[in-house]
Ligand binder design. Structure first.
Ligand code: ADP
Ligand code: MG
Length: 166
């Protein structure tokens, strides 16, 4: 399964990618977002929440570790902002959120993703311009495990408008 390479020229693009992905999400899904501070992880989560009809404001859960939202699905939004919080995240009892049915959205996913989910969607955000003058982000999506591999065609179609390698 080749990764899907997308280009987000503006924050609205990044949010739009999240919103377009939302209809494909199912209870218990895990989306692991990696990328430096300011790369756009929370922006993309905000788009997913909008696509799931979440009314609450979505902000980085930095001081709470996990925030819960309710839209068409329950959402657990986690930010593992420091490596020493990895065990805290494991201890959170994410299984207890929404009876374990919540969609899990994890910022800085790579530190914990194996611990939290076998099947997962990896989303990697990178600034296209090292000087930071240009806001463009490269967004790379990768299916890990059968449940995302099975949906890959749909994912590709839903995000077609942002593809860099059409
Ligand atoms: P992270 O959660 O990865 O730290 P945020 O989503 O909180 O990042 O912040 C990203 C910041 O970069 C926001 O201030 C946003 O407006 C800005 N930004 C500029 N261009 C983009 C883009 N193309 N995609 C996402 N965010 C962008
Ligand atoms: Mg963030």
């Amino acid at each position: 399964m080749d990764p899907l390479e997308l280009i987000a020229v503006t924050p609205a693009d990044t949010e739009g990618i999240g919103a377009a992905l939302a209809p494909l999400l199912r209870p218990r899904d895990a989306v692991m977002l990696t990328g430096e501070l300011g790369a756009g992880k929370t922006t993309l989560v905000r788009g997913i929440a909008r696509g799931l009809d979440v009314d609450e404001h979505v902000a980085s859960p930095t001081f709470t570790l996990v925030r819960e939202y309710r839209g068409r699905l329950a959402v657990a939004h986690v930010d593992v902002y420091r490596l020493d919080h990895v065990q805290d995240v494991v201890d959170l009892g994410l299984d207890e959120i929404a009876d374990g049915e919540a969609v899990l959205l994890v910022e800085w996913g790579d530190a914990v993703e194996e611990l939290l989910a076998d099947d997962r969607l990896r989303v990697e955000l990178v600034g296209a311009d090292p000087t930071g003058e240009d806001d463009t982000r490269l967004v790379r999506l990768r299916a890990v495990g059968p449940s995302w591999a099975e949906r890959w065609q749909q994912v590709t179609e839903a995000l077609d408008g942002w593809r860099s390698n059409r």
